[in-house]
Design a binder for this molecule. Structure first.
Ligand SMILES: [Fe+2]
Length: 306
């Protein structure tokens, strides 16, 4: 550590802002594990303005597009565009509703640390928010993605239980091996991050990666390009995905109960079975799929599914 003059001591207790770093291999994730106090008094007018702009823009887009559960929960938590919410205030509401709580973190967590938080009904929220020039895209989770996108549905008892079950499953998969983790990560990706749900009045969004993205909020429901296919646990665990473009396929659940029920069985024999099977490209449609919409494939990149 560099020494600092005694007249300007390092701000003890102020969390770091840990972001991906640009290297000769492109942007690489940097991991952090500390739980930190939200430095709410340190947010600048610009930080609050970024929150305000993003909140107002997404809420406008999401009425009629996001699931009713999501919108109601966001209101019930008291999230507003006025200012970046205080984690302590949200926790008062959330803990009473479902026993979940938010913990502040400095950036991306290693998998096991993340799973352990979820297994204990703690949701890690990045304390810092993106810069004004990053309104439309950021490679890593920030406060807006985590808080606006992930936190509202933790108010829903069934979804909250699913998230905890996922965390427990993650700890277990971590002990089983890398292939099991790949299978489980696909489940998170196609549900928690990019899931759609069927309501009586049509398909709606519940995935956090979508609700926090202006472009994808429209694309996932209204574009002809992507597939929209009924939820199927093993099918999803075999399906690769995109991290650099909109998804080629979205999976549709009928209810959060369906999601919770799917995590009931022990995944260990499923991982063993999947280990002997090929994965599916992100855009594949199978004969066995329940197809809501078969994608036109327009604009799809031909490689780089992960
Ligand atoms: Fe996320």
């Amino acid at each position: 550590m560099s020494s600092m003059p005694s007249s300007s001591p390092p701000s003890a207790g102020t969390p770091r802002r840990v972001e991906h770093q640009q290297t000769d291999k492109g942007y690489v994730p940097v991991y952090t594990t500390d739980v930190v106090r939200q430095p709410w008094d340190d947010y600048t007018a610009t930080d609050h303005d970024v929150w305000r702009q993003l909140f107002a823009r997404q809420r406008r887009l999401l009425v009629g597009r996001a699931s009713d559960e999501f919108l109601l929960a966001q209101d019930a938590m008291g999230m507003t565009p006025d200012a970046i919410p205080k984690f302590d205030d949200l926790n008062t509401v959330l803990e009473k509703a479902t026993g979940w709580s938010l913990v502040g973190v400095e950036g991306l967590l290693p998998e096991l640390t993340f799973f352990e938080h979820l297994a204990n009904r703690r949701f890690p929220v990045t304390w810092w928010i993106r810069k004004p020039e990053q309104l439309d895209y950021l490679a890593e989770p920030d406060l807006f993605h985590d808080l606006f996108g992930h936190v509202p549905l933790l108010m829903n008892p069934m979804f909250g239980d699913y998230m905890q079950a996922y965390g427990r499953g993650g700890v277990k998969a971590h002990g089983i091996g890398a292939d099991a983790l790949v299978n489980l990560t696909r489940l998170y990706w196609y549900t928690v991050e990019f899931g759609l749900i069927r309501q009586q009045d049509g398909l709606r969004i519940y995935g956090s990666g979508i609700v926090s993205s202006k472009g994808e909020s429209i694309h996932c429901l209204e574009s002809d390009a992507p597939n929209r296919i009924g939820f199927d646990l093993e099918r999803i665990m075999r399906t690769r995905y995109r991290i650099d473009t909109y998804q080629k396929t979205y999976f549709v659940i009928d209810s959060f109960e369906q999601l919770m029920d799917a995590t009931g069985p022990d995944f260990t024999p499923i991982y063993a079975r999947l280990a002997t099977q090929e994965s599916y490209p992100a855009g594949t449609v199978l004969d066995s799929d329940r197809v809501f919409h078969r994608g036109s494939g327009e604009g799809w990149a031909t490689d780089a599914d992960v």
